[in-house]
Write a protein that binds this ligand. Structure first.
Ligand SMILES: [Zn+2]
Length: 341
């Protein structure tokens, strides 16, 4: 177990279908990763599962853990510390930091999962050295994170920045989960949209390797589509290209509004790399304004699907103001008393 230095923290990234946790040492190296399914649980079961996963990592580490950082796919109200609304998980109005600090008897800090991901990529990943970074995490849904003027931007009361719920089609299909909107980017460019796209295409064109794999009983998932696309399956490739073009519309909006130096694409779907990013870049270049469109880089996350976990660990180490945190003795209300700017 060489390398787990003193000052170990645990980072947890909770997604719509799975949890990823790991211990991160002072050099930023991840140890003792664990994966847990998160589907089909109610809020109480979800909290139990998360606590068990953290306890498992903590036992594996075998030494003191200083704090735990959680990235969860939820909006926050930083005035009250409440995790308010999750689109793809049964989390609603829960003081997640307080609950976990009491349960784990450790200091806890909590932020939106994509805010964690953009922090990791801006500090040490695809946006290293940049002051203006935007991030989209393409998984069950689409998370959004903004790093502006060298800091994570969370909006007035902490509920930002849900870039996945920007509308790209005003009269489009209803968004998924608990989102009341229609035509959100998430409804056309997430992993869920990719699977839907493939499933419709296979019905029309069953005689390719992905159709045969499904007929043989393989479950249609995002990673399976990516694998088939890389192996040259035309249906899988076309579906990823469709998702990529939809993503490009979202990128054009981000470029026009924020003019970032880099937009980082993370989450499971980003494993498709240039099969996804090339059509996205092409559409963005056709639609966005100068000079932003010519300056911006569109890159896959350096930390891949681990960006959220790594960023959550960074938060655990720093426990900044502006995000809900708690210690076993109770809420750390520092975040409630920020100086008005
Ligand atoms: Zn939505």
């Amino acid at each position: 177990m060489a390398g787990v230095a003193e000052g170990c923290v645990i980072g947890v990234d909770l997604g719509g279908t799975k949890l990823l946790a790991g211990a991160v040492d002072e050099d930023g190296t991840v140890h003792h990763r664990t994966n847990r399914p998160a589907r089909g649980l109610d809020q109480r079961e979800l909290v139990e599962m998360v606590a068990h996963a953290v306890e498992g990592v903590r036992r594996s580490v075998g030494m003191d853990v200083e704090a735990v950082g959680f990235g969860i796919p939820c909006t926050f109200d930083a005035r009250t510390g409440l995790a308010v609304q999750a689109v793809n998980l049964p989390l609603h109005d829960i003081r997640f930091a307080d609950v976990m600090a009491e349960r784990l008897e450790l200091p806890v800090v909590v932020d939106n999962d994509a805010n964690c991901a953009v922090l990791a990529e801006a500090r040490a990943g695809a946006g290293a050295g940049c002051s203006e970074v935007a991030m989209l995490t393409l998984g069950t849904g689409i998370g959004g994170g903004l790093f502006l003027r060298g800091e994570v931007y969370r909006g007035f009361e902490g509920g930002g920045a849900e870039l996945g719920h920007m509308v790209v089609d005003m009269d489009g299909r209803p968004c998924q989960g608990n989102c009341p909107n229609r035509g959100c980017l998430e409804s056309v460019a997430s992993g869920t949209a990719l699977v839907r796209e493939v499933s419709l295409a296979v019905a029309r064109q069953p005689d390719t390797s992905i159709g045969h794999a499904m007929e043989a009983g393989r479950e249609l998932t995002g990673p399976m589509v990516t694998e088939m696309a890389r192996a040259g399956d035309p249906v899988a490739r076309a579906a990823i290209e469709t998702i990529g073009r939809a993503l490009g519309v979202g990128l054009a909006n981000i470029v026009n509004i924020f003019c970032p130096q880099v937009i980082v694409i993370g989450g499971g779907v980003s494993a498709a790399r240039d099969l996804l990013l090339d059509p996205a870049r092409e559409v963005m270049l056709r639609r966005a304004l100068q000079p932003g469109r010519d300056e911006v880089r569109v890159e896959a996350a350096v930390f891949g699907a681990e960006a959220g976990m790594v960023g959550a660990a960074m938060l655990a180490r720093e426990r900044p103001s502006g995000v809900p945190s708690a210690s076993p003795e109770g809420s750390d209300l520092a975040f409630l008393h920020r100086e008005a700017e």
